[in-house]
Design a protein around this ligand. Structure first.
Ligand SMILES: Cc1cc2nc3c(=O)[nH]c(=O)nc-3n(C[C@H](O)[C@H](O)[C@H](O)COP(=O)(O)OP(=O)(O)OC[C@H]3O[C@@H](n4cnc5c(N)ncnc54)[C@H](O)[C@@H]3O)c2cc1C
Length: 459
């Protein structure tokens, strides 16, 4: 259970380190090494809080390319957070803007930089998988965003044109016939926006592959090690758990939606954990798949404000996810499961009898400026953070974690070979603003969900 020293936005049960009953947990081989709690006093160049994609990617960067000594501390275990329970869409993430919004927020050049980073992030995950020889059930080539109402077709065409002409992404609008050609249902939506970047993977196998690679390179990964305080002094930081303390030269907060309100205190009111939910069915037979004309392996979502994301898994199970739910108490979680199942059956009527075998949820992280952050925590010398990927952290968490590692290495006297840091778009290094009326963030999210869901249903 979460320490009383930490103030978090949701009930303690959301932070219970018990294993999550997900299909990924049921289908991934266990970690091949132990992750014992931190015990007593330790020293390191860098301490990393959180063993998800962000923390492990930063650790790999620091140890591999900068020769640093790294301790990773996780309150539960590697991949217990969103990195072990997400939809496995390695896709665009890190902002909540369409192409026009991105250009208006960051200017044309700034928006192009952001898109370049998004593409680079997806490619980087592909390269990592190949480099480490990971068996992560990688599949598909590109993502389709299905248009759920005919009146949004024009918008999808415009979005494809803006992405292509202004932002350097070769997007296309696919009509229903083209969707069918790709082995996707041609009759359930009004075509879709296709972007030729992104693929599906088994998120926990990818996470454990990163953890294994980090462990093999000498990174010390501690489970059961909730960090309850970080004290910054002139010569370093003291990062404390209930059973030990790491004295390090810098610390990275890689805690995304599981961040505590008071650690680091600067982030209070500047981030918002939001629940995302997933159901997985039993494997569908060939006849069942054919009933909706589904033979393709693309990753898919729809254009609803409260979007659904879905894909056929390589073994024929269907994965269906959606944002929603603002409480973690069992009655609310049950209600969310029923809503998600209802949405699945409504979207895929021919599969109404295909049972759900697994349902679970977890936190993504939102921010008031609709943009992820990586860099030094403002007002601090030695604390860094990388978070708020807006539900798209498979690629962006991996990429930003790597960038965070580079930034930390650049801030410390080098004890490894120098390596040029990759440029990070300015959009991602601006200090995250506070939410207006931050104390009421959960109530605000409830209201937003009610409005989005009415808009998706009726407008
Ligand atoms: C249901 C769901 C579906 C999603 N689907 C997708 C998808 O398909 N594609 C996509 O790109 N993204 C998706 N996401 C988002 C993505 O999973 C996250 O953006 C990404 O995993 C964040 O990685 P991370 O390493 O930053 O944080 P996390 O993986 O959340 O890890 C944070 C870790 O920090 C630890 N921690 C927190 N506080 C402390 C502390 N004080 N001391 C020690 N440890 C601490 C936690 O135990 C946790 O393990 C989804 C998320 C969810 C929940």
């Amino acid at each position: 259970m979460s320490s009383p020293a930490l103030h978090r936005l949701f009930d303690a049960r959301a932070y219970d380190p018990a294993p999550v009953d997900s299909w990924w947990e049921a289908s991934a081989p266990p970690l091949a090494f132990d992750t014992p709690p931190l015990d007593g006093a330790a020293t390191a160049d860098v301490a990393i809080v959180g063993a998800g994609y962000t923390g492990l990617s930063a650790a790999l960067e620091l140890v591999d390319r900068h020769g640093m000594d790294v301790d990773v501390l996780d309150a539960a275990r590697p991949g217990w957070g969103a990195s072990g329970r997400n939809g496995g869409f390695c896709c665009f993430g890190g902002t909540k803007y369409d192409a026009a919004g991105l250009i208006s927020a960051f200017g044309r050049d700034g928006a192009r930089d952001v898109m370049r980073a998004k593409v680079e992030a997806i490619d980087m995950v592909g390269e990592r998988i190949a480099e480490f020889g990971l068996d992560v059930e990688k599949h598909g080539d590109g993502e389709v965003l299905f248009v759920h109402r005919e009146k949004f077709v024009a918008g999808a065409r415009e979005e494809a044109a803006l992405l292509r002409d202004e932002l350097g992404v070769d997007a296309q609008y696919w009509d229903n016939a083209r969707c069918s050609e790709a082995g996707l249902p041609g009759d359930l939506w009004h075509g879709g926006l296709f972007v030729p970047h992104g693929f599906g993977l088994h998120p926990l196998k990818y996470l454990r592959g990163l953890a294994q690679a980090a462990h093999a390179r000498g990174v010390r990964i501690h489970g059961g090690s909730e960090v309850i305080s970080v004290r910054e002094g002139a010569d370093g930081v003291a990062v404390s758990t209930r059973t030990g303390e790491v004295k390090a030269r810098a610390v990275l907060f890689a805690t995304n939606g599981y961040l505590a309100e008071n650690l680091p205190a600067w982030f209070a009111g500047r981030y918002m954990p939001a629940l995302s939910n997933i159901l997985v069915t039993r494997p569908l037979s060939q006849a069942e798949r054919a009933a909706h004309g589904w033979s393709g392996d693309a990753i898919c979502a729809d254009t609803r404000a409260l979007l659904h994301y879905f894909r056929m898994l390589p073994d024929g199970r269907f994965m269906f996810g959606g944002r929603g739910g603002t409480s973690i108490d069992p009655a609310s979680v049950d209600a969310m499961q029923r809503r998600l199942r209802h949405a699945f059956e409504r979207m895929f009527p021919a599969w109404a009898d295909v049972e759900t075998t697994h349902f679970w949820n977890g936190f993504v992280c939102l921010s008031a400026n609709r943009t992820a952050f990586v860099g030094r925590v403002p007002n601090s010398e030695r604390c860094f953070a990388s978070l708020a990927y807006w539900g798209g952290g498979v690629a962006m968490g991996s990429w930003m974690g790597t960038r965070a590692g580079e930034m930390i290495a650049a801030s410390l006297p080098r004890n490894g070979p120098a390596r040029a840091a990759a440029p990070v778009p300015q959009a991602f290094t601006r200090a995250t603003p506070r939410f207006p009326f931050a104390a009421f963030r959960r109530a605000g999210l409830r209201l937003a969900y009610a409005l989005f869901s009415a808009r998706d249903e009726w407008l």
